[in-house]
Design a protein around this ligand. Structure first.
Ligand code: LLP
Length: 428
């Protein structure tokens, strides 16, 4: 998706110099070809390879009408986690029956919105939600299909802040018998809820399959227990997302098949051995679909050299448009987009313009001699950049552009000062 021509970085066939000229900086840019490549990878490794499966895009990674519509066309489902994401999906005319709703504290209003719009399924995250949802369905005289998100009690090999499967987690129903079993029984017996099966999400940016496989054992056991205790066969299993991508040379992501095949093999063998029906299987990748397709373009501003210590290179965005380095210590690689072929002779720290010492986008970047006015392209920024953007220091949220071959199109306008302040009342 990236190439070099005359010392300049191109995204597909579009020069980054033209992009910044046309749309300004900071700028989120996506390569459509790359997103489609990832979509096809998921189809090849999962949905086309195994019957009775579907893939839902966890739209928290990048939630805009553009991506909803692209994935609609490609036959994907959508995983939403809030009324706002659901609103974006509905506004994008995403088919309701292909929407699933996750989240540990869905409000009554959000659940009503989901029910009234007849979305595909709700992933129930805790027992309180189970009862509340049942009550709501009764009030609205409506039925809905549900899965249970369970807390499988497994550790995953990723940053502690983005691991979600361990027992001490705010997500999911704990596996203690006196909690999970009555919940299963309640769901099976409910007139309003159709209990489909189990869901887990064990963490993000995973580069090995251990956590998924351990969590799978937990689900297999639950499937069996559900049949033995309640004479009920599970129809559905969702393995969550979390499939890692390449941010820097330090990442060695697995191919998707390396996640999917062992999971499917174990599941199919288990079901065959125990004369169980093989459930419908789904996944919920977010980052995998959009992460590597995104590039952020910044204009270099002030440069500060502390002799014998460091060279700070300030850019015109920062933790407001990419909070991941500050929040998780996430690492990124970057290219000086107008000096791509020049030797990387300098070691610099790239910092944003926010009034925070932690506003460092890249602690150590090897690059050519970098000067004010250069354009910096930070790579693999397509997931959780725009979607976690904020207005700290009253910095407007950048525009988002999609490149397709020689063309580019604006899919999110740059926020103006006026738009940023629209809800703020001026009178004292
Ligand atoms: N399904 C559920 C229930 C999730 O909670 C998540 C992510 C996903 C799917 C998608 O995970 P992915 O495939 O994108 O790793 N904001 C953080 C990560 C937190 C993600 C939380 N849930 C980041 O910037 O890395």
């Amino acid at each position: 998706m990236l190439k070099i021509e005359n010392n300049v970085l191109y995204i597909e066939n579009k020069s980054t110099m033209d992009l910044v000229q046309e749309y300004g900086t900071p700028l989120y840019v996506y390569s459509e070809k790359k997103i489609i490549e990832k979509i096809n990878e998921i189809k090849k490794a999962f949905t086309l390879k195994y019957p009775n499966t579907h893939a839902a895009y966890a739209c928290k990674a990048f939630c805009t009408p553009y991506i909803c519509q692209l994935l609609e066309r490609e036959g994907f489902w959508l995983d939403v986690v809030s009324g706002g994401e659901l609103y974006t999906a509905l506004r994008s005319k995403f088919p309701r029956e292909r929407i699933e709703f996750n989240g540990n504290n869905k409000s009554k209003e959000e659940l009503v919105m989901a029910l009234e719009n007849n979305i595909g399924r709700i992933v129930v995250d805790n027992v309180a939600e189970l009862y509340a949802l049942n009550k709501l369905c009764k009030e609205l005289e409506q039925k809905t299909e549900i899965l249970f998100r369970i807390t499988p009690g497994v550790m995953s090999d990723t940053h502690d802040f983005i691991t979600t499967g361990k027992k001490d987690s705010k997500f999911g129903i704990p596996l203690d018998n006196d909690i999970i079993l009555p919940a299963i029984q309640y769901a099976i017996q409910s007139e309003y809820l159709k209990f489909l099966g189990f869901h887990f999400h064990v963490g993000s940016q995973l580069q090995n399959i251990d956590a998924h496989l351990s969590a799978l054992e937990v689900v297999l056991n639950l499937i069996q227990v559900t049949r033995e205790r309640f004479n009920y066969e599970i129809n559905d299993f969702n393995m969550g997302g979390g499939f890692g991508i390449r941010y820097t040379d330090e990442d060695f992501p697995l191919g998707l098949s390396q996640f999917v095949d062992p999971i499917m093999e174990r599941l199919i063998n288990f079901c065959n051995k125990n004369s169980l029906r093989i459930p419908h299987v789904s996944m919920e990748p977010g980052r995998f679909l959009v992460g590597e397709a995104g590039v952020q373009l910044y204009r270099v501003g002030n440069i500060k050299i502390i002799p014998g210590v460091r060279k700070y290179v300030s850019v015109d965005g920062g933790m407001t448009d990419n909070i991941r380095p500050g929040l998780y210590g996430a690492k990124y690689d970057a290219i000086v987009a107008n000096k791509v072929s020049e030797n990387r002779t300098e070691l610099v720290s790239v910092c944003g313009k926010c009034c925070e010492s932690t506003d460092i986008l890249i602690k150590e970047l090897k690059c050519p001699v970098i000067e004010a006015g250069d354009v910096l392209a930070v790579l693999s920024t397509g997931a959780y950049g725009y979607s976690m953007a904020n207005n700290y220091n009253k910095l407007p949220i950048p525009a988002v552009v999609v490149v397709n071959d020689y063309d580019s199109k604006l899919i999110v306008k740059r926020q103006s000062y006026e738009q940023m302040s629209i809800n703020e009342i001026v009178e004292f």
